[in-house]
Design a protein around this ligand. Structure first.
Ligand code: ATP
Length: 369
């Protein structure tokens, strides 16, 4: 096992593309770190530099305290699991899993024992003699994981390992990867563009954009305290509602105005976020999570704010309902599990076209300049 230090690392490709810009990241021994961000943000490039598959233009990467900039991939003792699985089609599952070990000099007996152990952990014992073409996508993915595990590497690097699987299998494999990583305690860096995967898997999540880490922290912290609008809009599904507003003084408190609406911020919110006072008199972005908007009378938050708005569209999604409103000239969506349970047409949840009072639980709203 090992910690991985990424120290002001930059990557400029031969054509001049700067894919990663001065990224620093300390990955603790045994932790699970997820790099998440939109396509092209540089997460794969960063992972490949840690693996040694891409040269570092500037900065340093250390594994277990040792600088590895000039160490070839085969000597870094790190296993990488790719989206494409990269299994050898002519070899059995057992031989695919044993291949790396044998090449590094393990005896046949050692390799067989290690493969059996890993196959047990991954539920692959029955499949050891099959060829990859006879396996489902999920089973192939497990073989790719098994090949990484048998080597007992110092770290796992995973690049979108679940993106070729259907939604149901992805959910299942996600849980399996989380369990495996916990049981094995191996330092893991996982790349995905899917914020749900990032939220559920990572001890620590690094949100990337334009080659830089925008914010680094436990998933809940990114969700509740996004440091900028990019992170606020990226984390969460449905995405955070963002409405332009003016923040004004109201006595010794503050009020938000947008469209015909005016919300006095509860004292509790101001006590928790005194920095908001510095934005008085300025235009701000009001961020409201869809799940924090509920029908009037449905909240337990005593000092919640009330908005009146008209339901424009109702999407029934089974366990939850998305209600669409226009607030302050912007489309706003709620994610309301109670409205779904209550059945359509209820006054507080709003029937189509009906005037409706919404409650914004402002405790989790974000004021960002
Ligand atoms: P995706 O989720 O689409 O895989 P990513 O976040 O992993 O994206 P990278 O693959 O790291 O992003 O690419 C980062 C940037 O570097 C992109 O602008 C990409 O076009 C560019 N890039 C990647 N590989 C090369 C290369 N070999 N030569 C030149 N530019 C490259």
């Amino acid at each position: 096992m090992a910690e991985i230090d990424v120290d002001r690392v930059t990557k400029v490709y031969a054509d001049g593309t700067q894919a990663v810009s001065e990224v620093s990241l300390e990955i603790a021994d045994g932790s699970f770190v997820v790099l998440v961000g939109p396509s092209g943000c540089g997460k794969t490039t960063l992972l490949r530099m840690i693996a040694g598959l891409e040269r570092i233009s500037d900065g340093e990467i250390r594994v277990g305290g040792e600088a590895v900039n000039d160490v070839p991939p085969s000597r870094r003792d790190i296993a990488m699991v790719f989206q494409s699985y990269a299994l050898y089609p002519h070899m059995s599952v057992a031989d695919n899993m044993a291949f790396g070990l044998r090449r590094r000099g393990a005896s046949k007996a050692e390799a067989t024992a290690a493969v059996r152990r890993a196959a047990g952990v991954l539920g692959l014992v029955e499949l050891l003699e099959k060829k990859p073409r006879a396996l489902s996508g999920g089973q192939r993915q497990r073989v790719a994981m098994g090949r990484a595990i048998v080597r007992q590497p110092r770290a796992f690097l995973m690049d979108e390992p679940l993106s070729n699987l259907d939604a149901k299998l992805r959910g299942h494999m996600r849980a399996e990867i989380a369990r495996l990583q916990r049981d094995l305690g191996v330092t893991t860096v996982y790349v995905t563009h899917d914020q749900t995967e990032a939220m559920t898997l990572g001890d620590v999540v690094a949100v990337m954009n334009h080659g830089r880490i925008q914010q680094l922290g436990p998933p809940q912290e990114l969700f509740e305290r996004p440091c900028n609008l990019f992170v606020a809009a990226f984390m969460g599904s449905p995405t955070m509602n963002l409405v332009e507003a003016s923040l004004e003084r109201a006595g010794d408190g503050l009020a938000l105005s947008f469209g015909e609406h005016r919300l006095e911020l509860p004292r509790r919110v101001l006590a928790e976020r005194p920095a908001l006072h510095a934005y008085a008199g300025r235009r701000v972005a009001l961020g409201i999570r869809p799940e924090d908007l509920v029908g009037a009378g449905e909240t337990a938050v005593a000092d919640a704010c009330e908005l009146e708005a008209t339901v424009e569209l109702r999407e029934l999604l089974g366990r939850t309902t998305h209600l669409h409103f226009v607030v302050g000239g912007r489309q706003v969506v709620t994610d309301d599990t109670r409205a779904a349970a209550d059945e359509a047409g209820e006054e507080t949840a709003g029937g189509d076209g009906a005037g409706c009072r919404m409650i914004a639980s402002v405790g989790s709203a974000t004021g960002a300049a």
